[in-house]
Design a protein around this ligand. Structure first.
Ligand code: HEM
Length: 396
């Protein structure tokens, strides 16, 4: 069969339907859930758009996550052809990955996450207090969605919150499509230096936080610094975008808000599925193999579209409808397999606490600009909104 490959993945979402994946992904899922895709560097690889195949690829040890093997599916995304440095376990296969994952799972304990719930409630209340004092009216991204997860991940790791300005701006550069290699390097160097100082401080003055806990293992300084870097990077922008995009989706569909209050746990799973803020995850075949009846050769890269899989009508009934009452279990918004999100319980607690608190405290919350003026993050690797201008004052 002669098949013309589809072009590299588009970024962002259609502007008029900001929560929906592009139509072509749905059409592909119907016709060829495993399609040939032409990557921006010319590589002829693959694109997976169905839920079943997505899970199959992500659970298959014959696929590697290593950056030096893969081709990047969107133009302008950072590329590395270097093997993962010590500690950057997100980019490692077993057995290197297994050792780090083990050590870290021991730090993300149920006890620590449960203790955090009270703290997250307090942090959320403090930010809502501040909004009420300065409002009515604010940018929800700056006043709510970004600072709450930033403060939580800082406290969890033991990063002084006041020092966050030293890494927060730089961390944004690491996730911006089109950031120049110089900008990336400057960002990496600055955040690295910051965490390096912190690790020395934790070794000298350990406290009840995760970085201190990790200094008590056999991890070397370089590994600790890189792990701190990975966790800060992964914990900052992800939850922040889910909070902002989740709030935006609910402001556009206010009829769903009662269901959020009735069962925040269930509602958050549906928001994660429907919004799928991580657009894709990438693997490379380590050997020749057969998938869905097709031959994939060693060295070929397979990109899994998370939004396409999470909108698969073969797995979720009426998938393009946001329905906070549905059972959305089995979504792959946190990935699947051995690299499934390490911070998912933390992210869930943050979303379950902060979103209902927002709509309880500010029942008149609404957009203060027309929806077409909301700038979507089509230029970033993690989807969301750049700003979310809202008000909650009396309607005149
Ligand atoms: C709503 C928020 C979040 C979403 C949607 C999300 C999504 C994801 C996804 C899709 C993956 C899998 C990537 C792959 O397959 O290659 C992942 C992995 C990961 N996430 Fe998250 N994440 C979120 C929050 C967090 C938080 C708060 C943390 C940290 C504290 C975190 C830490 C990680 C780490 C360390 C990995 C890599 C795990 C590994 O390679 O073993 N994430 N996340």
């Amino acid at each position: 069969m002669i098949e013309s490959p589809v072009p590299a993945l588009p970024t962002g979402r259609p502007v008029a339907r900001p929560f929906d994946p592009p139509d072509d992904l749905g059409a592909l899922r119907n016709d060829a859930p495993l399609s040939r895709m032409r990557y921006p560097d010319g590589h002829l690889g693959w694109l997976v758009t169905s839920h079943a195949l997505a899970r199959e690829v992500l659970a298959d040890a014959r696929f590697s996550v290593r950056p030096e093997l893969r081709h990047v599916p969107v133009a302008g995304a950072p590329e590395s052809n270097q093997p993962a440095p010590p500690g950057v376990f997100t980019a490692m296969d077993p057995p290197r990955h297994t050792r780090y994952r083990h050590l870290l799972t021991g730090q993300f304990t149920v006890r620590r996450m449960r203790m955090l719930t009270d703290r997250i409630q307090d942090i959320t209340a403090e930010h809502l207090d501040a909004m009420e004092q300065t409002g009515p009216g604010s940018d929800l991204v700056a006043s709510f969605a970004q600072p709450i997860p930033a403060q939580v991940i800082c406290e969890l790791l033991g990063v002084p919150y006041a020092a966050r300005a030293r890494f927060q701006g730089h961390a944004l550069d690491l996730f911006r499509l089109g950031a120049t290699p110089e900008e990336m390097m400057a960002a990496y160097t600055a955040v690295h230096a910051f965490i390096g100082e912190l690790v020395q401080d934790k070794r000298a003055n350990p406290a009840d936080d995760m970085l201190s806990g990790l200094t008590e293992t056999d991890l070397a300084d370089e590994e600790l610094v890189n792990i701190g870097f990975v966790l800060l990077g992964a914990g900052l922008d992800t939850t922040a975008n889910m909070l902002a995009l989740g709030a935006y989706a609910l402001l556009r569909r206010p009829g769903q808000i009662p269901a959020l209050h009735a069962d925040p746990g269930n509602a958050v799973e549906e928001l994660l599925r429907y919004l799928s803020i991580i657009p894709f995850t990438v693997r490379t075949a380590l050997e020749d193999l057969t998938l869905d009846g097709r031959q994939i050769k060693a060295g070929e890269t397979v990109t899994v579209s998370v939004p396409a899989a999470n909108r698969d009508p073969g797995h979720f009934a009426d998938p393009d409808t946001l329905d906070l009452l549905r059972r959305a279990g089995g979504h792959i918004a946190f990935g699947h397999g051995i690299h499934q999100c390490l911070g998912q319980q933390l992210a869930r607690v943050e979303l379950r606490v902060a979103l209902p608190a927002l709509f309880t405290r500010l029942p008149a919350l609404r957009l203060s600009v027309p929806p077409e003026d909301i700038a979507m993050r089509s230029d970033m690797l993690i989807y969301g909104v750049h700003r979310l201008p809202v008000t909650w004052g009396d309607r005149s």
